[in-house]
Write a protein that binds this ligand. Structure first.
Ligand SMILES: C[S@@+](CC[C@H](N)C(=O)[O-])C[C@H]1O[C@@H](n2cnc3c(N)ncnc32)[C@H](O)[C@@H]1O
Length: 219
């Protein structure tokens, strides 16, 4: 199906599977508790698109983590970035590449499990901007991201994570602050359809501590 994703004054029309539920795979779930959340654009994903649409990202090296279809990376590319979307589902990466080509964007996509980042994703960094939306929905996610995110950063990197106030996000935010990362939060309204997570999304913004920007953070 086609979906129009709100992103400020940009026209972002993507193609995605009609239903995440149809993609459920019992074997995959049994193996690693994987669920095909990638097939939707979540409320936080829409908020992230709005935030990025307001930014001038000319010449920036941007990575989206857990991007699913990668709408955040697409908006970053539309705003002038060299953008990379990543997700652990190969099917998400295929959809992402297809959409980027269809929109004629300077955006690539790579398979990446946060717990085992491929060398070419690390080698493409450090990134000027690391973004993600609704990726802190389980405790194990925050733990993996505390180790991954610093590996993608240099001292001037900004990290923006949009989150629909998931209970497990708290530990990540607290852990990053305890490790010396500068932090601020914006609370933004969800454009379009609102689900059970509510009408407000937290946009967490982090900057690495000087000299310790690459140090893993234990969440
Ligand atoms: C709730 S969805 C959000 C998708 C998209 N960011 C959005 O907001 O529309 C969470 C995403 O994180 C990805 N994900 C979860 N665990 C992951 C892991 N360990 N490594 C990489 N991606 C992961 C999922 O495949 C999914 O695309």
């Amino acid at each position: 199906m086609w979906e129009d994703v709100p992103a400020g004054d940009l026209a972002l029309r993507i193609r995605r599977p009609p239903s995440a539920e149809d993609l459920l795979d019992e074997e995959e779930f049994a193996d690693d508790e994987r669920l095909p959340y990638w097939a939707e654009v979540w409320p936080s994903g829409r908020v992230l698109c709005g935030v990025l649409a307001e930014m001038d990202l000319s010449g920036h090296n941007v990575i989206e983590i857990g991007g699913g279809i990668g709408t955040g990376a697409m908006v970053a590319a539309m705003r002038g970035a060299r953008a990379l979307n990543t997700d652990w589902y190969a099917a998400a990466v295929e959809f992402s590449r297809w959409n980027a080509r269809n929109l004629r964007l300077d955006m690539d996509a790579q398979v990446m499990d946060w717990r085992d980042p491929p060398a070419q994703v690390l080698a493409r960094g450090p990134y000027d901007l690391v973004v993600g939306a609704d990726i802190l929905y389980e405790a194990r996610n925050g733990e993996a991201l505390g180790l991954l995110v610093p590996a993608l950063c240099e001292p001037s990197t900004e990290v923006i994570i949009a989150d629909p106030r998931r209970p497990d996000a708290r530990a990540f935010v607290d852990g990053m602050q305890a490790a010396g990362w500068a932090y601020r939060r914006e609370d933004l309204p969800v454009p379009g359809r609102i689900d059970e997570t509510g009408a407000i999304v937290h946009v967490h913004r982090f900057r690495p501590p000087a000299r310790k920007h690459n140090e893993p953070v234990v969440i």
